[in-house]
Design a protein around this ligand. Structure first.
Ligand code: TAP
Length: 481
């Protein structure tokens, strides 16, 4: 029998009054793996009220940092104990490879541990002020946090929001992407077994336009944290103006990956392949624009294409697979549309560009790793986020031109430079207008470092102490001595 996924409200698994459920599909096989309930607008509003009441009761917000840390560590341990199941569910539901899913699940447990650790750090400042006064600066929870996440990292993106929001003492409401609720449901089963007071953490499956929009508009939500497309981010920002709630947005990217002529070619190619094809290119920080210095351009393209063709595409649960499925038929269609657009714009398709429909992959949504050359900065395939395994490779002459092309984008999420000259690499990366950058590497992450973008790639930062700040108010208390 197909598993039915219920809503988790006020510490109970409940059925929605909405008879319209959603089939959850395995993108590698198109099999239905579960059936998800979808909350209505009224149920969303009711859940927000419960979260508000729970917050105001102080059952969680008044707990000491040490007590909150203990619960976060419990959740971390439960995630760790269930890593195999979480990995399997993510592979089944999202289509990513087992290695990628396992790494996400491990990082999810580590993120809870990290924020538990932060709760034992000093939190606040004091200032000696003139006229016998002393000022204390304290951090306080905000209230109700609405957390809206996309389908590309269903577990990890949820945890990057839930862990700091709970650490800060807020009550939360998570809305997963409709098509990928499996790991969120499992995580809430584990949260249910922890000592987190009931009503503090709530899970609402449902559509973005109903559940997500209601969260963004609600006067009882104090902070909305969203990861997803820039278009929806813009809508959320507009909806949030009603009660001036705090908005934290992690949006799209079109990140430049700059390869200088003096770079170690093997390292640059390895990381550039990883940079674009990890997660089948459905990663906000994907290095989707490779810029290569003219002296090594032809050699780089030839070797990159040769290696891209060798990537083993297949189901995530096959240990041999190096690149998994595309998350949905809609996303596959959107990627194939961009490939058509690229050809019409006059770009050269150097490799890939088609759906894979052989060797047992016919039923799933699989794409060949794709490379476009002979592109210019005004083409749509260079300007717009494709969110698939499609990379463009452009040529540049010198540092100045590399920086100019790199920054010729509305986005500013990530970027990378490959060069043997560390001074040059640092000089150039400091000029790249992006929030997450690498030198001679790609996609490596550090929980302690702030994650987020410049320009239309977002507002605010996840992870590190910065991530905690997103869910805290800052108060000054002036003491008359
Ligand atoms: P979106 O369509 O933007 O959806 C993201 C989430 O927002 C989903 O849960 C979606 O619900 C919900 N949503 C849709 N319409 C809404 C509305 N009007 N109000 C409130 N919520 C709404 O993005 P996606 O297709 O899931 O993910 C791909 C995009 O996310 C890419 O552009 C990618 O760059 C971006 N992304 C960015 C980052 C970072 S860190 N910057 C990380 C991951 C992904 P439904 O699923 O029900 O539609």
């Amino acid at each position: 029998m197909t598993k039915e996924l219920k809503l988790y409200i006020n510490g109970h698994w409940v059925e929605s009054s909405n008879p319209d459920t959603l089939d959850i599909i395995n993108p590698a096989t198109q099999e239905v793996i579960a059936m998800a309930q979808r909350a209505t607008k009224e149920e969303t509003e009711e859940t927000i009220k419960i979260a508000k009441k729970t917050f105001e009761s102080g059952v969680w917000s008044d707990k000491s940092p040490q007590e909150r840390a203990a619960v976060l560590l419990q959740i971390a341990d439960k995630l760790q104990e269930n890593i195999d199941e979480l990995t399997n569910l993510e592979v089944q539901n999202n289509g990513k490879t087992r290695r990628e899913a396992r790494s996400d699940a491990e990082e999810a447990a580590n993120t809870f541990r990290y924020y538990a650790g932060l709760l034992n750090m000093p939190n606040g400042q004091t200032y000696e002020a003139p006229e016998d006064m002393q000022t204390m600066i304290v951090k306080e929870p905000m209230g109700v946090a609405g957390l809206i996440v996309p389908w590309n990292f269903p577990l990890l993106m949820s945890v990057w929001k839930i862990a700091p929001a709970l650490a800060a003492g807020n009550s939360i409401l998570l809305k997963p992407a409709e098509i990928t609720p499996m790991t969120a449901v499992k995580m809430f089963e584990l949260i249910d077994e922890s000592d987190l007071p009931k009503g503090v953490a709530n899970l609402l499956m449902g559509s973005g336009s109903v559940v997500g929009q209601t969260i963004a508009e609600s006067d009882d939500v104090d902070v909305v944290s969203f990861t997803g497309s820039t278009g929806v981010g813009r809508r959320i920002m507009q909806a949030a103006t009603g009660n001036m709630k705090k908005v934290s947005l992690e949006l799209g990217g079109k990140s430049p990956n700059i390869i200088f002529g003096d770079a170690d070619l093997e390292t640059a190619i390895d990381y550039s392949l990883f940079g674009i094809y990890m997660g089948s290119g459905q990663v906000c920080t994907s290095g989707s624009r490779i810029l290569v210095q003219e002296g090594i351009y032809d050699e780089f393209v030839a070797k990159f294409v040769e290696n891209a063709r060798r990537i083993r595409v297949g189901p995530g649960n096959d240990e041999q697979s190096e690149m998994g499925a595309i998350v949905s038929e809609n996303q596959l269609k959107s990627i194939l549309d961009y490939i058509r657009i690229g050809k019409e714009e006059g770009a050269s398709l150097a490799s890939g560009g088609i759906r894979i429909e052989k060797n047992g992959l016919e039923k799933g949504f699989f794409m060949e790793p794709t490379v476009f050359t002979n592109v210019t900065s005004d083409m749509r395939i260079v300007r717009e986020e494709i969110f698939g395994p499609v990379v463009t490779i452009q040529k540049f002459q010198d540092e100045e031109e590399a920086i100019k092309i790199a920054n010729d984008t509305d986005f500013g999420l990530a970027g990378s430079v490959f060069s043997a000259d560390q001074n040059k690499a640092l000089r150039v990366i400091k000029k790249v207008r992006a929030g997450i950058t690498w030198l001679n590497a790609y996609h490596l992450t550090n929980i302690q470092a702030p994650w987020g973008g410049y320009k239309q790639s977002g507002i605010g930062r996840s992870l590190g102490t910065y991530g905690l700040d997103e869910y805290q108010e800052t108060k000054q208390i002036n003491i008359n001595l």
